[in-house]
Design a protein around this ligand. Structure first.
Ligand SMILES: *Cc1c(COP(=O)(O)O)cnc(C)c1O
Length: 365
């Protein structure tokens, strides 16, 4: 009884949150199915199939000595500042980029304020918005991607943040940079635009642009990047935001002082410079995307053309097919929670993992 009363004391907006559903861990499926760990293929969380950069691994091993000390973000911020040509004061580190998304929400949202994002966009935007007490304005997608004109039109007087994922997860859709820039020009200067570029490094050369330089032109722009995807450090949790110094300062005020741990800082610093590993990861993804797309087409299935390290496939009865994939030790991501109940999202893996998936899928259909 007391328990019920206590829970009722939490704000309605907290109780309204539906928890994030992560990709099924390998260990969980192994327990459930009694399968050996190494027989399971996980293509469910857009992790780097090559693992972590060897340079980052060596850096983590070195950083174990000194783990009794609180972390110092100085070196990583310096390296990012040099690499990307932005001032140190413009950088905010996060415990994953998820953390910096949350910092933006906590710095700018509150009850009575809203944020705008697209249908089928990354699940963290509503989570971060609701946690801060804000209202969610979800704008219908256009051919699975963001409809920027509709998003512009959806901005209300109480809107403080617009979230854009480019490329978007879970659809893999990409907005040409010219369109994003036009959008930025049309948005009132007192509305923050958070441009989440978690998959930026997977863009083909023709699609790349120096978006970080736009922050000088648009002080209401926040760009987020992560070490979880192409850098292969998802388990260490490190990401960052680039913003105007004023916005970065506000975000830092709500940041835990030691939000990125010693091992993550050391690994990220080393990974940033491991161009060999980054090049291999990019190439593996490009080849794997071709392999998966060809295999999907051979099975007569449709997919959403993707600019990330994953591809989203229209299956039909995705829940049943997913169950049959799990029985064969293959974990992919059902995305009914994103309003796409007929689809499964598949991360690009190693060649043999992609093959395992395609063979399992053929049996499951
Ligand atoms: C994976 C992903 C992130 C990164 O999350 P981390 O917290 O950095 O691991 C951010 N945004 C999108 C759209 C993603 O898919």
């Amino acid at each position: 009884m007391t328990q019920i009363k206590l829970v009722a004391r939490a704000p309605d907006y907290i109780r309204a949150i539906s928890p994030y559903i992560p990709g099924k861990p390998i260990t969980e499926l192994a327990r459930e199915m009694g399968l050996p760990l190494d027989s399971i293929v996980k293509l469910a969380s857009n992790e780097n199939p090559l693992g972590m950069s060897p340079k980052a691994k060596a850096a983590v091993e070195r950083a174990i000595n000194g783990i009794e000390r609180y972390p110092d973000q100085f070196e990583l911020i310096n390296a990012l500042s040099e690499r990307f040509g932005v001032a140190r004061e413009q950088i905010v580190l996060g415990n994953g980029s998820n953390d910096v998304l949350d910092l933006a929400a906590r710095a700018f949202l509150a009850p009575g304020r809203s944020s705008v994002f697209s249908q089928h966009a990354f699940a963290v935007y509503p989570l971060a918005t609701l946690s801060a007490g804000g209202e969610c304005i979800a704008v219908p997608a256009k051919t699975f991607g963001h409809d920027l004109a509709a998003m512009r039109a959806a901005i209300c007087p109480d809107t403080r943040i617009v979230w854009i994922a480019n490329p978007n997860n879970p659809t893999g859709t990409f907005l040409p940079h010219a369109d994003v820039k036009n959008f930025l020009q049309s948005v009132p200067g007192d509305v923050l635009v958070v441009l989440d570029e978690a998959y930026n490094e997977y863009l083909q050369p023709a699609d790349r642009a120096d978006t970080l330089a736009w922050v000088r032109e648009f002080p209401n722009l926040v760009i987020t990047r992560t070490f979880s995807k192409v850098y292969g450090l998802a388990g260490l949790r490190v990401g960052f935001a680039v913003a105007s110094p004023e916005v970065a300062d506000l975000m830092s005020r709500v940041r835990q002082p030691f939000n990125v741990n010693n091992l993550a800082l050391a690994a990220a610093l080393a990974a940033l410079d491991d161009h060999v590993f980054l090049g291999e990861s990019y190439e593996l993804n490009r080849r794997g995307m071709e392999q998966l797309v060809a295999g999907i087409k051979r099975l007569g299935l449709e997919h959403i053309p993707s600019h990330g390290n994953f591809v989203t496939v229209r299956i039909g009865d995705a829940a049943t097919v997913n169950r049959k994939l799990l029985q064969q030790g293959v974990i992919v991501r059902p995305i009914g929670g994103y309003g796409l109940p007929e689809f499964l999202r598949v991360t690009i893996g190693l060649e043999r993992e992609n093959l395992r998936f395609l063979e399992a899928l053929e049996k499951a259909l």
